[in-house]
Design a protein around this ligand. Structure first.
Ligand SMILES: *Cc1c(COP(=O)(O)O)cnc(C)c1O
Length: 397
């Protein structure tokens, strides 16, 4: 029998649908790549502009080989959390490799970066402490902060005056942790890490950076946003994902000083109560880090293609957020307009996704594209040409 709850949900879904806010999942019927097939569209090959596949490693032969070899050698699953009997040698090998790559003392793996962020704050901070968070931080950081008893402060995105104000208000607290995404995923902008570091130092606060949208391709050797700004040694806690540039399968981590990492192994609930990562994923992630560290050629192509797309769209009069990150958000404001552009691009065999409330604020709908090192100049030219044709939907001049 259907309950009152089912009826309420049905009404909510109908309302979303009538406002064109319902998220429709497209089934991909090929490996993840810059060129893909959708089940619904059969043989039509689509140019994919919306994966987090920044280095094009998601279906890279070296990763596929490493995962195969990992499956053969280590089997399929671990059927245990880490502390019971779920720690395989390859987990420690990957933790040590991530630490050497990120130049930290130690690293702890989680099933995802979402898990890393939801486990971290509760384990490290108590009621006497404070956490100060950027308003555009990822949902997993927001949820993680909700789970801890520390006092909470929020500052407007990258607003150093508001951050300083919060630091002053929190100055009586025992430990103060400033928390920011390295790159804000909806805007394609970087955190002002030099500014944050300077303020944190002045007020004796610690810094945590979630570098999920940077690790592997931003900064020297792809070591991320702190490396880009030369402030690696001032970041106390780094989190990140294996689910984006570094192969795109799954897994997340927290990296930092050994005391912090050791304590998380004792107390982080998603680590203690959730299964350990599939060993084959760890083998492929080791291969991904080896590739990423040396991938200056891929990073060069990624920034050239990003520049090409950003300049092309700006030249057509579109409002594009950010400066140089491969996240390229094209603002439409209206959710229906974003949807119209996405449909128009799909007619030209280009896959983009419109983002609207609640993923972005009301009235700030956008098409968010993501460039990959595996895109070529012709791919980007096609996107720009398709936007030009879709322009009547958007630019009112
Ligand atoms: C994608 C992302 C996450 C979540 O990573 P998963 O490993 O997919 O859970 C967390 N934080 C930020 C900033 C992200 O962009």
């Amino acid at each position: 029998m259907r309950s009152q709850l089912d009826g309420r949900i049905r009404d909510n879904l109908d309302e979303l649908s009538s406002r064109k806010l319902l998220k429709d999942e497209q089934e991909i019927a090929s490996p993840q790549s810059t060129h893909i097939h959708l089940r619904a569209l059969g043989e039509r090959e689509l140019l994919n502009m919306c994966a987090n596949n920044y280095l094009g490693l998601a279906n890279h032969p070296a990763l596929v080989r490493a995962a195969h070899a990992g499956l053969e050698r280590h089997g399929f699953g671990m059927s245990s959390v880490r502390f019971i009997c779920g720690t395989h040698s390859v987990h420690r090998a990957l933790e040590i490799r991530l630490s050497s790559y990120l130049r930290t003392e130690d690293t702890i793996l989680f099933g995802s970066c979402f898990d890393a962020n939801t486990g971290l704050f509760e384990a490290l901070l108590e009621a006497d402490d404070a956490v100060i968070s950027d308003s555009l931080n990822h949902a997993s950081i927001i949820d993680g902060i909700r789970l801890c008893k520390a006092k909470r402060f929020r500052y407007a995105n990258n607003d150093m005056n508001e951050l300083e104000h919060a630091l002053r208000e929190a100055s009586h607290c025992r430990t103060v942790l400033v928390v920011t995404d390295g790159v804000f995923s909806m805007d394609g902008t970087s955190a002002n890490l030099p500014g944050i570091c300077e303020l944190a130092k002045r007020y004796g606060a610690l810094i945590m950076v979630d570098d999920s949208h940077a690790v592997g391709f931003v900064g020297p050797e792809g070591r991320g946003t702190p490396a880009r700004y030369g402030v690696e040694d001032q970041i106390d806690i780094l989190t990140g994902t294996l689910g984006k540039a570094l192969g795109g399968a799954s897994g997340g981590y927290v990296s930092g000083r050994s005391e912090i990492i050791s304590w998380l192994r004792q107390r982080a609930r998603p680590y203690l109560f959730s299964n350990s990562l599939m060993p084959a994923i760890c083998e492929a992630s080791l291969a991904a880090i080896d590739l990423a560290e040396k991938a200056d050629d891929l990073r060069q192509n990624l920034s050239a293609r990003t520049r090409q797309l950003r300049q092309g769209l700006s030249g057509l009069g579109f409002q594009v957020l950010g400066n140089d990150h491969p996240i390229v958000p094209v603002m439409t404001g209206d959710a229906g307009v974003a949807l119209g552009i996405a449909e128009s691009l799909l007619a030209h065999d280009i896959l983009v996704v419109p983002f609207s409330y609640p993923v972005v604020p009301q009235g700030a709908a956008r098409i968010r594209m993501q460039v990959s090192a595996a895109h070529c100049a012709d791919d980007i030219e096609r996107v720009i040409a398709a936007f030009q044709l879709a322009r009547p939907h958007v630019v009112r001049s």
